[in-house]
Design a protein around this ligand. Structure first.
Ligand SMILES: [Zn+2]
Length: 165
């Protein structure tokens, strides 16, 4: 009987995480706004940073952020990655680009897909706009924004992107 062993190179381990998020206050207002096709943020009265999605409190200053700010659905790529590895849960043509986008009037980048251009063309400072799902599909979710695409505006130099985090 052979004792030949093969090298284990990978294992499949199904995992699942189910959780329930109860939106109240700022979170609930944000989800209501996005279900109407709008983005809202909140400005900290101390450091003046604008958070979108809002947290209800500034993580830097620890104070409430009652001032509402309308946020544009255009922004600037602050960083990105090009995905070349397939995933059974993601039905996108490879390679694709996921980017952090600093929405205009916000000081906190969000993560989103960049589409309608080759992934290799995405760059830091690139101007992009949101492409929304059809209105009849809108709900209280960031999935209302399908992806972002480049717009014909000059790149923003990194030194002009501000002090975001
Ligand atoms: Zn603050």
């Amino acid at each position: 009987m052979s004792e030949e062993k093969s090298e284990v190179k990978a294992i499949v381990t199904p995992t699942k995480l189910v959780y329930q998020f109860s939106a109240i206050g700022s979170h609930a207002e944000f989800l209501k706004a996005i279900s109407e096709g709008k983005l809202v943020g909140e400005r900290c009265p101390s450091c003046k940073k604008v958070y979108c999605p809002p947290r209800g409190i500034c993580p830097r200053c620890g104070v409430e952020t009652p001032e509402k700010v309308d946020i544009d659905d255009k922004g600037t790529v602050t960083t990105y990655c090009i995905v070349r590895v397939p995933s059974e849960n993601i039905d996108l043509k490879l390679p694709y680009c996921a980017a952090n986008i600093l929405l205009d009037r916000s000081d906190m980048p969000i993560m989103a897909l960049i589409q309608e251009c080759p992934a290799e063309d995405v760059r830091i400072g690139m101007r992009v706009e949101a492409i929304w799902a059809p209105e009849e599909d809108w709900g209280p979710t960031m999935e209302n924004i399908r992806y972002f695409r480049p717009i014909d505006e000059p790149d923003v130099p990194t030194e002009e992107m501000g002090d975001w985090y």
